[in-house]
Design a protein around this ligand. Sequence first.
Ligand SMILES: O=C(O)CCC(=O)C(=O)O
Ligand SMILES: [Fe+2]
Length: 353
Amino acid sequence: MVAITAPSSIEHIPLVRCPKGANAGPQAVIPCIDLSAPGAAAAVADACRTLGFFKATNHGVPAGLADALESSAMAFFALPHQEKLDMSGPARPLGYGSKSIGSNGDVGWLEYLLLSAGAASSGGAALPAALRAAVEAYTGAVRGVGCRVMELMAEGLGLGASEEGRCVLRRMVVGCEGSDEMLRVNHYPPCLLPPGRDRDECGVTGFGEHTDPQIISVLRSNCTAGLQILLRGDYSSPARWVPVPPDPDSFFVNVGDSLQVLTNGRFRSVKHRVLAPEGEESRLSVIYFGGPAASQRIAPLEQVMREGEQSLYREFTWGEYKKAAYKTRLGDNRLGPYELQHAAANDEAATKK
Ligand SMILES: O=C(O)CCC(=O)C(=O)O
Ligand SMILES: [Fe+2]
């Protein structure tokens, strides 16, 4: 990625270009899972193993909740810069941020609000009343989707026989004292690169590539495209970025790094990024991040481990991981320092069975 000069018609910030990569190779099919269908748990587990990402339909959240949040968020983002800052404070990390993501030099073509979303949270107390009310109502509903998804994940991992097993993931996030739920509202204004040789091949980075560190993320956006996920490569094909067609009526679920560790690598966190919109319309996305309490130990769940299987990760607490994540760049492999070299031994043990 290369920093370039912004066109004079838009505010002068360092733009980061990235190859669009969207048209190379066949279109990827994003798994689309009806959360209320009989085979949902198996389909969720399959999507989490292969892509770490899927689209969830039949989720039961009334469209009005997302619409209300979208319109009150757009009204907020239309306010003068200083007013937005005064109302929510600068993102440290919670608050209003513009163009810079985190404190380590990552930039993107967006502005955002990052709010604590715990059941007892008073995040965003000084925000406009309509926005606060919309955030609260939406958070309650999307938390419900997260709960359903985490139960299906557990069931798909084979833990559904007992109440304890089925709820093991959900209970780390919802109804657990001190859990770390957050809501992020991202606004990407349109941004067209100046005419040039490679405008067709390159876009402007809205949100640079990364994995989400939590257990799960549940995303909903308006109709404006931009989100892409990285399809992992294998011996026969290289990794490639594929666009995720927007669908405001559905939610998109990401496996986060912590879930990758909790499942000892069975579920894989998905690398994703956003390209800034090039048409007339802004992209507005809202992401619910389900993270556990700071003291929660993140290590493979005993119930998922086969006999003799070794952990692929050195264990950590969510508090430690989050602190370490804030010190890294967006695109860094944050799990790297925790990886242990047991994959080959586990593969061998599995084939002997
Ligand atoms: O805005 C989007 O569509 C995705 C943003 C994202 O990945 C994030 O906020 O973690
Ligand atoms: Fe993300």
